[in-house]
Design a binder for this molecule. Structure first.
Ligand code: CA
Length: 483
């Protein structure tokens, strides 16, 4: 056993508050964009059960991920570390010998479990019980790996994940707090609905997003290179059959969008129903009063935004994720928290809410002060992002950048191309201002800020030097740099 793990129960005793530690139900879905939840103002669907979490607790209106793709985001959830620190930058195998939030909570006495999507290739560690989908898993009659043993279950994946999650809660030792990750597969590609929702939206057209016809004209070449366009790259498997032969141009694109978005939203609806089952279980067993409920997605998603499906790019539709937290006695009902929060914050938050110390290697911050309604004056005002997977499935150029409340700077380092967006004037990120002379000072400052943030999170690989090549002539803004 690792030395840190041996020490941890002692640390727990030292820091443990008099109140009983809370249970945790963490629902971590796959590719669910925040603009497909009604509590986030969705114009295209309704999520009544997810909205229950927002109503009883807090909705974070500026939650972002540090690498918008499945496997890396899951490694970050477990470790509280950026991809370059936990070793999972693309779809590589997670080194399960690392400290994780599950191990820390398990060592402190929690009964820990994970059901559903895992997607970290190595077997889960730090869990007393696990039943995971192999890889991406299947929507219908899926196989699970339960504690190392494969089993095939009959039914729809979202129902089966909720069934096993409820069984975990039923069978848990009742004298210990629990940590349960109940991780949906939905609404990941290729968006296969269940029979119950197969005809939802049959009689209506789903509206297209405002950036549906983005032509990428002001962007770097990276956008045009990506192979994730609604009109060009949704295939017959995605649309569940070939298009009518008489369609072309805008009409064909609209047809493909309808086929994609309706199935996507049907999968969301099935997931939302099962979130309701879990919430009902907690309610019926008097567990709501001492269970922290968290809902988040591993990344956002382009729902036709910029003529895309999928994620990866640092633009807001995939950078932003839904994050709902109901923490009894801590979060305020129906509250909205505007501060910039990241997926590196999830693990520290769980440990802090459990009354445990946040281990020094973790790179995120506990969200507990924000849940209490506080506004810490030193809260982060910029975030660092980095994407690695190229050519991958969709030829999205690797890039890194920073986002503040008002600006976004992106560097596609393989092709030495920059983009800069003024989010106050251009929230849809349609006008790349990198060559606008009026923005020269703002861009130079943003480049300096990018260096600071890159160093702050200790991302110091070979591309750091490539990045330093552009001349930087202005004084960096005042910034506290961590050692
Ligand atoms: Ca995902």
């Amino acid at each position: 056993m690792k030395a840190w793990l041996l020490l941890f129960p002692l640390l727990f005793l030292a820091h443990h508050s008099p109140a009983a530690p809370p249970n945790f139900l963490f629902i971590f879905s796959d590719d669910h964009a925040s603009h497909a939840l009604s509590c986030y103002g969705s114009k295209i669907n309704s999520t009544p059960n997810l909205d229950r979490i927002a109503t009883s607790g807090a909705r974070f209106s500026n939650a972002f991920v540090t690498n918008s793709i499945c496997t890396p985001s899951r490694a970050t959830l477990m470790t509280g570390l950026y991809s370059h620190r936990n070793g999972v930058t693309v779809f590589n195998r997670f080194d399960g010998s690392q400290p994780t939030v599950a191990k820390y909570l398990q060592a402190a006495g929690y009964y820990t479990g994970i059901v559903g999507k895992w997607h970290l290739e190595s077997d889960p560690t730090g869990f007393d019980y696990w039943s995971i989908l192999p890889g991406q898993g299947r929507y219908h009659n899926p196989e699970f790996i339960e504690m190392g043993k494969r089993k095939t279950l009959t039914g729809y994946v979202e129902d089966l994940i909720a069934d096993q999650s409820i069984a975990f809660l039923e069978n848990r030792p009742k004298d210990r707090p629990f940590l349960l990750f109940s991780n949906p597969k939905a609404p990941h590609r290729n968006w296969e609905p269940d029979a119950k929702h197969a005809h939802l939206y049959d009689d209506i057209d789903i509206p297209t997003p405002p950036t549906f016809n983005d032509d990428y004209s002001s962007r770097s070449p990276a956008a045009a290179e990506a192979t994730m366009r609604i009109d060009l790259h949704l295939n017959a498997s995605d649309t569940k059959g070939p298009p009518p032969p008489n369609l072309s141009g805008a009409a064909l694109k609209f047809w493909k969008y309808q086929r994609f978005i309706k199935d996507y939203l049907r999968c969301v609806a099935a997931m939302d129903d099962n979130v309701g089952r879990l919430l009902d279980y907690l309610k019926d067993h008097d567990l709501l009063k001492n269970t922290v409920i968290i809902y988040a997605s591993d990344n956002g998603f382009y729902l036709g935004d910029h003529n895309w499906f999928d994620k990866r790019f640092m633009y807001d539709p995939s950078l932003r994720v839904p994050l709902l937290i109901s923490a009894p006695g801590i979060s305020k009902p129906n509250s909205v928290i505007p501060q910039m929060v990241l997926n590196v914050d999830f693990a520290p938050t769980l440990l802090d809410l459990a009354g445990l110390p946040v281990p020094p290697q973790m790179q995120g911050k506990s969200l507990a002060p924000l849940l209490r309604g506080q506004s810490p004056p030193d809260w982060r005002s910029a975030m660092y992002y980095r994407y690695y997977h190229y050519p991958g499935d969709h030829r999205v150029q690797p890039h890194y950048g920073i986002r503040t409340a008002t600006e976004k700077l992106i560097f596609f380092h393989h092709i030495n191309a920059w983009e800069f967006y003024d989010l106050t004037q251009d929230p849809d990120e349609l006008h790349n201002l990198i060559n606008d002379p009026a923005q020269a000072t703002a861009i130079a400052n943003a480049k300096n800020r990018l260096i600071l943030e890159k160093n702050r999170v200790q991302d110091t690989d070979q591309f750091a030097e490539a990045f330093r090549n552009p001349p930087i002539t202005t004084t960096p803004p005042p910034e506290k740099v961590l050692p």
